[in-house]
Structures are given as structure tokens and as C-alpha cells.
Design a protein around this ligand. Structure first.
Ligand code: AKG
Ligand code: FE2
Length: 369
């Protein structure tokens, strides 16, 4: 038995390496026209068991949609703060509309990311890497060697800050659009973060003061057509580690959010942007806002699913290197739910595992019993 296990794990590693070294990505596999997917993309049945079994209730539910057009109207400002606060508390996910970014900008961004992924293999491969750090990287499954099973997506990742990215590092085909999107997404993130801050009873500029939006990573995913969508996932169940995420998607549905022990489909809203709370915000808000699990089902449409995701985080905070619930949100009635932690712990947790492993939140939750 032991020998058989060793052989099969050896073969798996060999297959992973071959795939990785070929740099063809999932897009290349999809384009090859094969009717089956390699074994290392197949998820165990228990992971897939609830992919198809949606109750009718789950199908009709949707994440809250929040209209930002009245955010600067004094009579309505508080109403928007309340809506955002409620959405971040109960869903951890919401869509914003009338956010001020023209639809043409959203469309151009999606098209540019799609164009990058649709380039010939030889053109894309010079960006193909596996080491995460800075600059620009194109890869398939950033947790390829750590995850239990691979997912049906490729990603272009750009570290936009705190050290400004030299635009020349970006692939020419999407350079202008990525730079423009970073500005738009950052503006929306700052507006939403201001409202979330007010929802915690803090000044709108509190997170700005704490260097919010300096540290940010932009990721352009492609979920190509998958010939066996029932055997794999587009992205495995996870929570986002940072403070806040801004997500732009095309009209191909696939994102699912965990709510009341059910998976809820996020239906694309034309012109809408999806916002979600990350682990860091759950921690600094002392559990007031929820970082919820989400995943993407494998794409069964011939048309690729494209999403452009920007992750925002704090670059520094207390100065002593420790992070934890903001002292302002704590009281005798609401003692700290989480212990303080270091940036090193945060990064070790993120990089030591596949996306779906235990999150940092579970490790730092204080048990008062
Ligand atoms: O593509 C999506 O809709 C979700 C992507 C995502 O959850 C992530 O990159 O963390
Ligand atoms: Fe995510």
C-alpha cells in the first residue's frame, strides 16, 4: 500500500511539474480540445458534492446591491452607511452600483485582461512564474504544489503598491487598462472603506490614516471553458486574507458566496462591482464585519469567464509590527475576539498552505471559556 501511495504521489508531482513547466496554463489545456481534464484537477467528491445541489431558495437569493449615487447627499449619506454596514455584517459581500466608474472603463478592463490571456502561448510565457513577490506574474494556480487539487483558471497578477509598479513591467496588451483600473478600483475601495469605517463608529478617513490602499495586488483571472465542469472548480473555497477586495467580472456567472450554510450564486449586475470583506477587516473590526467563504464553479460556457480582482491591505499599523482588533472598537461589552499577530504570521499562514486551509482567523480567535 505504502509503495502504491508513494508511486501515485510521485506521478502526481511529475504531472504537476510537466504542466507547470509547459507554461501552457489551463487556457492551453482548454484550447487543446481534449474532452477530459488531467487527474490533478479532479477534486474529491466531498468537495464537489454541493456544487450541483442548490436549493431553489439559494437560487433566488442574491448578495445586497448598494447604490452609491447618493453617498455625497447629506440627507442620504447615513442611509448608505447603514446599508453597507448591514451588508458587511450579514453577508461580507455586496455589489455597488453608480460607483462613478464609467461602464466603458469596466468593459475595456475586462477586454484587456481577456486579450492578455488569449495571446499565443509564446508571448505570455515570458511572464510565467511561480515565485510570489513583486512586479508582474502570470501563472496557473498560485497554490499548484500546495493545494489538494488544482483549479480551472489562470491568473495575471500585478503588485501595484506600496512600491509603485513600473508600468513598463506590465504586458503591453493590457498596460494602459491595468494602470487605469488600479486608479478606479482604488477610488471605489477608498469610498467603500470610508463608509465601512463610519459603520464602525470611526472617522471616514481612519483606514486611510492607517495606510489602507497602499498595499494592493491586482489579479486578472481567466476561467476558460472546462470540458468536465462537474469534476473540478474554477477556484476553491477560501476567504480573502486582506482588508477589502474589489471585484469586476464579465457576464459569465460562476462566483458563489457562503451565506446561512448555503452557496449563493452571485448574479452579474451590468455595471456593478463586487466588494468583499477580507480576514484582516474581520479582525480589525473585532468580528463586526464578516470575511466569508467563496468559490467559483468551473466554467461550462464556451465563452471564458473573466474577473479582475484587486486586494487591498494595510502596509503598516501600530508601528510595533503587531496587528489586531482596533482599540477604538473594543469595550467592556465587546472585548477583543482575536489576539494580536505579526505580519510574518500573516504571510506565513498565507503562503504555507493551499487556499482552502484554515485561515489565520481561526488561529488567533481568543477562547474566553
Ligand atoms: O473570480 C472570482 O469571481 C473570484 C476570485 C477570488 O475569489 C479571488 O481571486 O480571491
Ligand atoms: Fe477570493
Amino acid at each position: 500500500m505504502a509503495a502504491a501511495a508513494a508511486t501515485s504521489s510521485y506521478d502526481r508531482l511529475k504531472e504537476l511539474k510537466e504542466f507547470d513547466e509547459s507554461k501552457i496554463g489551463v487556457k492551453g489545456l482548454s484550447d487543446s480540445g481534449n474532452k477530459t481534464i488531467p487527474d490533478f484537477f479532479k477534486h474529491p467528491p466531498q468537495t464537489l458534492s454541493d456544487v450541483k445541489s442548490k436549493s431553489s431558495e439559494a437560487r433566488t437569493k442574491n448578495i445586497p446591491v448598494i447604490d452609491l449615487s447618493k453617498v455625497n447627499t447629506p440627507d442620504h449619506h447615513q442611509e448608505v452607511v447603514n446599508q453597507i454596514k448591514e451588508a458587511a455584517k450579514s453577508w461580507g459581500f455586496f455589489q455597488v452600483i453608480n460607483h462613478g466608474v464609467p461602464i466603458s472603463v469596466l468593459e475595456k478592463t475586462i477586454e484587456a485582461i481577456r486579450a492578455f490571456h488569449e495571446q499565443p502561448q509564446e508571448t505570455k510565457s515570458k511572464y510565467y512564474k511561480r515565485e510570489e513577490s513583486h512586479g508582474v506574474m502570470y501563472t496557473s494556480n498560485n497554490d499548484l504544489y500546495r493545494a489538494e487539487a488544482a483549479c480551472w483558471l489562470d491568473s495575471l497578477k500585478a503588485w501595484m503598491g506600496p512600491k509603485p509598479l513600473d508600468p513598463e513591467e506590465l504586458p503591453a496588451i493590457c498596460r494602459k487598462e491595468v494602470v487605469a483600473w488600479d486608479l478606479s478600483a482604488t477610488k471605489v475601495a477608498e469610498t467603500v472603506m470610508g463608509l465601512l469605517s463610519e459603520g464602525l463608529g470611526l472617522a471616514a478617513g481612519k483606514f486611510q490614516e492607517l495606510t489602507f490602499s497602499e498595499t494592493r495586488v491586482l489579479v486578472g483571472h481567466i476561467y476558460p471553458y472546462c470540458p468536465q465542469p462537474d469534476l473540478t472548480l474554477g477556484i476553491t473555497l477560501h476567504t480573502d486574507p486582506g482588508l477589502l477586495t474589489v471585484l469586476l467580472q464579465n457576464q459569465i456567472q460562476g462566483l458563489q458566496v457562503r451565506h446561512d450554510d448555503e452557496w449563493v450564486d452571485v448574479k452579474p449586475v451590468h455595471g456593478g462591482l463586487i466588494i468583499n470583506v477580507g480576514d484582516f477587516l474581520q479582525i480589525v473590526s473585532n468580528g463586526e464585519y464578516q470575511s466569508v467563504q467563496h468559490r467559483v464553479v468551473a466554467n461550462s460556457c464556451k465563452e471564458p469567464r473573466i474577473s479582475v480582482v484587486e486586494f487591498f491591505n494595510l502596509s503598516k499599523w501600530k508601528g510595533d509590527g503587531y496587528y489586531g482588533p482596533l482599540p477604538e472598537v473594543l469595550s467592556e461589552q465587546k472585548p477583543a475576539m482575536y489576539r494580536d499577530f505579526t505580519a510574518q504570521e500573516f504571510f506565513e499562514n498565507f503562503y504555507s498552505k493551499g487556499l482552502d486551509s484554515k485561515s489565520l482567523i481561526q488561529k488567533i480567535t481568543i477562547n474566553y471559556d
